[in-house]
Design a protein around this ligand. Structure first.
Ligand code: PEP
Ligand code: CO
Length: 409
């Protein structure tokens, strides 16, 4: 256990592993406890992946974005794979993210903070616990940090050794990023596998706070945001910026309750609400949530994720998303923020530099019957190179039309 040097004023009983006493969802059931202990101890003694100052810097940038002075671009793969941790792939991913970031900056004439879904995005929440194939039932793939995508019982069994591999790959990815990045770039992933996150959480004598050193910012997923759940328990104790994914079944009072718990000081730059409703549901849901947050004067950075509410199964059997639906969610989100006098401060996207065939539409006019050609994702469908450039350009036009003026302190 990490030292009891706890200055957490709001939650005196909190510690990095207090989540173990809470209701748990999406956490694998590891059979080999000894191996799990070994992996966690290995991580606890390992070097930090990110630095205290970088975590603080990002929170300051978010507090600027919240006021409309900066814009946030958070993007990358739905799931990284261990295989994609090689220099060429990381370089291609960073080059593409930096290109999109500079394009957006140039278009909207505003500084953009770039945050990759990278260097640790190895755990995936799954709606279905099992997968069925040829009359057999097997555990679902939950990301390379947990099990393997290969289809056998042994491959799908959660393996604690994968925590160490994920750590090493994340560290290696960050080392490469630091060598090739052209300007500031932050890393993020979903705070899903709490054995991993809590092992990389230490007390910072610098910030007088507990920090999760696995990434600059972590987000709480749509499937794990129960107020009494393990994920909220873990995140309430850490000082990093936290994103909260909000889907169509989120009630305004639940969101307010989450904010009061995760940001008791109501600090600007601490929380982003990442809305992912779907292109039409956003029209029914967003204004009510904005209203309840404004009423309580809670500080949040509003981010739109137009990907996760727009997934559907194509008639050819592939999980996909359509370019027009994605753009429409962004358009509707902008309109609602404008109407409510609040600020859309960023976008959260799943995309790749490759010319994959995972999302339909766009200038490449990809059809459902083309999806099989280069469908490479291990999890959700990503915008390909041309679709992602087109989305940034189209979004920029809409953003300029909505004229989000800076708020002066
Ligand atoms: C994701 O970001 O890949 C994800 C699973 O999102 P959500 O929790 O919003 O469904
Ligand atoms: Co996803």
């Amino acid at each position: 256990m990490t030292s009891i040097n706890n200055e957490n004023f709001y939650f005196p009983n909190w510690h990095p592993e207090s989540w173990k006493f809470c209701f748990q969802k999406q956490i694998p059931n590891y059979k080999n406890e000894l191996s799990l202990k070994y992996s966690m101890n290995y991580l606890k003694k390992s070097e930090k992946i990110v630095l205290d100052q970088e975590i603080i810097d990002l929170k300051n940038l978010y507090s600027q974005a919240e006021k409309g002075n900066l814009f946030v671009l958070q993007a990358g793969d739905c799931a990284e794979t261990f295989e994609s941790c090689n220099f060429d792939d990381v370089k291609n991913r960073i080059d593409h993210l930096e290109y999109l970031c500079s394009l957006l900056e140039e278009n909207i004439k505003k500084k953009v903070v770039l945050i990759g879904r990278i260097a640790g995005q190895y755990a995936k929440p799954r709606t279905e616990q099992f997968e069925f194939k040829n009359n057999s039932k097997i555990l679902s793939y939950r990301g390379d940090i947990i099990n393997s995508i290969n289809y056998s019982e042994a491959d799908r069994s959660p393996d604690p050794k994968r925590l160490i591999t994920a750590y090493e790959k994340s560290k290696q990815t960050v080392n490469w990023i630091n060598k090739i990045k052209k300007s500031n770039l932050f890393i993020s992933h979903e705070a899903l596998l709490l054995h991993y996150e809590s092992s990389l959480t230490h007390y910072s004598s610098f910030t007088k706070d507990w920090l999760d050193y696995s990434a600059h910012t972590l987000w709480l997923g749509e499937r794990t945001r129960e107020i009494n759940g393990a994920h909220v328990e873990f995140l309430k104790g850490i000082g990093n910026h936290i994103g909260i994914k909000i889907g169509p079944n989120a009630k305004p009072n639940e969101v307010v309750e989450l904010l009061l718990l995760l940001n008791p000081r109501n600090s600007p730059g601490k929380i982003s609400l990442i809305t992912r409703f779907g292109d039409s549901p956003v029209l029914e849901n967003l204004s009510e949530i904005i209203f309840s947050i404004q009423k309580k004067q809670l500080n949040v950075t509003w981010i739109s994720d137009p990907m996760h509410g727009n997934s559907f199964k194509s008639h050819t059997g592939y999980k996909t998303r359509n370019f027009t639906n994605i753009l429409n969610e962004l358009k509707n989100t902008l309109e609602i923020h404008k109407k409510m006098n609040s600020i859309l401060a960023g976008v959260h996207l799943e995309l790749t530099y490759n010319n994959v065939t995972e999302c339909t539409g766009g200038e490449c006019n990809l059809q459902e019957q083309d999806l099989h050609l280069r469908y490479e994702t291990y999890c959700d469908p990503r915008l390909n190179r041309s679709q992602s450039i087109q989305l940034i350009n189209n979004f920029s036009k809409l953003y300029l039309e909505h004229k989000f003026f800076n708020v002066v302190d």
